[in-house]
Design a protein around this ligand. Structure first.
Ligand SMILES: Cc1ncc(COP(=O)(O)O)c(C=O)c1O
Length: 426
């Protein structure tokens, strides 16, 4: 039954029933945290072998390097070989580093501001204004980096095939202070969409007023499929090379949601030129990464096929959780005309859109009934969702039973907030 088409009296009766359900949930004193996309303990257990796969005398990389010692800023060769296929690049085009790709992104932006990129005529920080384009909804920690470092963020609508490229091209071609676009191109956080070939090609080819414009390609969910038919993403580095802009893109990824979120491997990839430049920069910051962890990952996964097989096991654990959320949303909210949600083929999130002006209220009400969601607005720069409707749901950490309860509560809150909105307009 569509809520908008109901008589006031019907809606009021429904509201009373929902309020009773809500109060019953409140009386249960629940504590369910769905705010962050963290792997659940069963997912982490899959990689338990990482803790035992090195022995006392197994500490040398293939080329004889003693992984216990300093050095090897670009990562050991076999770790570069293991991880390069995740980003669809050659091993020499990737640097395997510490445990966090976010830290690598932060460092890239900090370097651009302080030192400048190879293609910069001056450090970004010397310009009066620096702006970055953000297809939205997007990832709150990307926004947090720009916020902290004083970069202006320009939100752009993210559609089913990526950002509106007419708008991206118009903005990038017309404003020298626009220095980049920050993308989660595959199974995006939070909507789960993957950029189309056309979008990738246009990003690689487009004219930019800033000569040092970069694409920050955060491919965090490259191998995180939720179906047996992985979605394919066009190779952006190859597209940039073909378009004559090989240095435009920096690619990022990590094993945070493959092995251990707190003790995985992160990587940055790019053109030969960019890798050469990055190595020179990184050696100032560190005498070398944790190569034992790199060796451990190589011993444990062996090769890319090992990673793919491992991701199937990950899928077997998290798919039922996604299904639980989707089933509960459908049974509680389906056909009511008050919410829409994504049905992702991969990644870590489900994106829920309420009626305009309801998301903040829903998140607050859910919290008051013990369900902690990501803050409303978090998926937009400055915490400002102009339509106040997007809510990010992270299904991986709670158990399926907890998810069912949590989503029932969220659905009751969505219905109550929607009825309030509809009644106020009748
Ligand atoms: C899009 C995206 N990028 C990066 C990260 C964090 O990556 P890392 O653990 O490698 O720092 C996350 C974690 O949720 C994410 O969703």
């Amino acid at each position: 039954m569509e809520f908008q088409k109901q008589e006031v009296s019907v809606l009021k009766k429904l509201r009373a029933e929902l309020q009773e359900r809500y109060q019953n949930y409140q009386a249960e004193n629940l504590k369910l945290d769905m705010s962050r996309g963290k792997p659940c303990p069963e997912q982490l257990d899959l990689s338990a072998g990482l803790l035992t796969c090195l022995t006392e005398d197994d500490y040398r990389a293939r080329d004889g390097i003693d992984c216990r010692n300093y050095g090897g800023v670009e990562g050991i060769p076999e770790a570069r070989e293991l991880l390069a296929p995740i980003l669809d690049v050659d091993p020499q085009e990737v640097i395997v580093s510490g445990n966090s790709s976010l830290a690598l992104m932060y460092d890239l932006i900090a370097r651009a501001l302080l030192i400048g990129l190879p293609s910069s005529s001056m450090p970004w920080g010397k310009m009066p204004r620096v702006k970055i384009l953000f297809p939205c909804p997007g990832y709150d920690r990307h926004f947090a980096i720009c916020n902290q470092l004083g970069i202006e963020m320009i939100p752009l609508e993210l559609g089913a095939a990526g950002p509106d490229m007419d708008e991206v091209e118009r903005l990038a071609a017309g404003d020298e202070s626009i220095k980049g676009i920050w993308c989660v191109p595959k199974y995006s956080n939070p909507t789960g969409i993957t950029y189309s070939d056309e979008v990738v090609e246009r990003l690689a080819k487009m004219k930019t007023k800033a000569p040092d414009f970069i694409i920050i390609w955060d491919n965090a969910y490259a191998v995180h499929h939720l179906t047996d038919q992985p979605v394919r993403l066009k190779n952006i580095l190859a597209a940039c090379k073909e378009a004559g802009n090989p240095d435009r893109v920096f690619l990022f990824g990590s094993t945070s949601k493959i092995s251990f979120a707190g003790a995985g491997l992160a990587m940055i990839a790019g053109s030969e030129n960019n890798i050469k430049w990055l190595k020179k920069q990184i050696i100032i910051q560190t005498i070398g990464p944790d190569k034992l962890n790199q060796l451990r990952h190589v011993r444990f996964f062996k090769n890319f096929a090992g990673i793919e097989a491992h991701m199937k096991k990950q899928m077997a654990i998290i798919k039922p959780r996604f299904d639980q959320v989707l089933e509960t949303l459908e049974s509680e909210l389906g056909g009511k005309g008050i919410a829409e949600w994504s049905k992702p083929k991969g990644g870590y999130f489900i994106s829920l859109n309420t009626l305009e002006g309801c998301a903040k209220k829903v998140v607050k009400m859910a919290a008051e009934a013990g369900v902690i969601l990501t803050q409303a607005g978090a998926t937009y720069p400055y915490g400002n969702d102009p339509r106040d409707r997007n809510i990010r749901i992270a299904p991986t950490f709670p158990s399926p039973a907890e998810l069912k309860k949590a989503m029932e509560i969220v659905a009751v809150c969505v219905q109550l907030a929607s009825i309030e909105k509809i009644l106020s307009g009748k």
